[in-house]
Write a protein that binds this ligand. Structure first.
Ligand code: PMP
Length: 351
């Protein structure tokens, strides 16, 4: 804090991201990256784009990428917005679509960026408790005016809300924008993009960071009615008219062209997730059902904070949240089989 800061910045809630260690030989299971590398075709496309054309500005509209996403998800390119990771897409959504007159609603246990964006844009919000089994109850969200947002699958729980429940939510909330953040949907969820042409107030965000192994490239997108997309474009253009650089646009287009690789990686992560869940259960952990690439788990007798610290000493990083109700849980990213075995062996000695 400095006397030169504006009062606005002094009041901003600091956001603490998951640790990104510099040491290479750690078992890093803390920020839900994909353990598999990007598709070789994506790497080729990025290499091919690394040429003299880098002296030119990129396409400000990312038209080729929007067309690729639109074709993949069977919508029109005008229904697609792209940004530097879904975090940036979400920032524009909060700015462009959530107002100041009524509170925005989201679950009390959810993605920790939402309250940060509310602080940044001065948006009032209320949180709705998850039920006893960490599920979202759509009956709690009815006749809302200030917007609704949650991840599906939710983070950090991994629990998925079925599409018919999302429809039930939309049918009683047509006066407000409903945003479904599908960062993890490809690991066992079902996308609400299938509903966007029936609900003009529905916006769905996805990312290439998790299921497409491209967290380092920073590409995310939103799909919804073209009127909602236009609002996002206006806000984006007021900040920065070039959202995605040339390499990101080229790599992301190639990612949508290699569906086989994507499907195979997702299937391998899901299979490994279920093996990890069974092995954790044998060690006395109770784990929530997960449709994501991570598990949210609690040991019957050992404290999560102590386990996280003991794992850290052995070079294994998992995520622990110091928050009421979830402070005895660990969020463990599903790694490669060898990484998961390193974790399981360590836990076998610790519990
Ligand atoms: N939404 C949720 C629920 C997330 O967990 C994350 C990853 N931290 C994001 C959005 C943002 O991911 P990215 O900016 O890499 O697309």
């Amino acid at each position: 804090m400095s006397k030169y800061w504006s009062p606005f910045v002094k009041n901003l809630e600091p956001y603490v991201p998951g640790e990104q260690p510099k040491v290479a030989n750690l078992t890093k299971l803390n920020t839900n990256e994909n353990p598999f590398g990007p598709s070789p075709k994506v790497l080729d496309a990025i290499r091919r784009a690394s040429d003299d054309a880098l002296r030119l500005y990129p396409d400000p509209n990312s038209d080729a990428l929007k067309s690729a996403i639109a074709a993949y998800h069977e919508v029109e390119p005008e229904q697609v917005f792209v940004g530097n990771g879904s975090d940036e897409v979400l920032a524009h959504i909060f700015h462009a679509l959530f107002g100041h007159d009524h509170p925005l609603l989201f679950p009390d246990i959810t993605y920790s960026f939402y309250p940060v964006y509310c602080g940044l844009y001065g948006i009032p919000y209320e949180t709705i408790p998850l039920d006893d089994e960490f599920r979202i109850q759509v009956a709690d969200y009815k006749g809302i005016n200030g917007g609704i947002i949650f991840p599906n699958p939710n983070a950090p729980t991994g629990r998925f809300l079925a599409l018919d429940e999302i429809e039930r939510l939309l049918s009683v909330n047509n006066e407000t924008v409903v945003v479904i953040d599908e960062a993890y949907v490809d690991f066992g969820g079902e996308s609400a993009i299938a509903l966007v042409n029936r609900y003009p107030n529905l916006l769905v965000t996805q990312t290439l960071s998790k299921s497409r192994s491209l967290a380092g490239l920073r590409v995310g997108f939103a799909v919804g009615h073209s009127d909602l997309i236009e609002a996002l474009e206006r806000v984006k253009n007021s900040f920065n008219s070039y959202p995605l650089d040339r390499l990101a646009q080229a790599g992301a287009v190639a990612a949508f062209a290699d569906d086989r690789y994507f499907q195979d990686c997702c299937a391998a992560v899901v299979a490994e997730r279920e093996r990890l869940r069974r092995a954790l259960s044998e060690l006395g952990f109770e784990t929530l059902p997960s449709a994501a690439n991570f598990l949210f788990t609690c040991h019957q007798t050992r404290l999560a904070s102590e386990l996280a610290a003991a794992l850290r000493e052995r070079g294994i990083i998992v995520r622990h949240f110091n928050k009421p109700r979830i402070d005895n849980y660990l969020r463990i990213t599903v790694g490669l089989k060898e990484q998961n075995d390193v974790l399981l062996n360590a836990l076998g000695e610790l519990v």
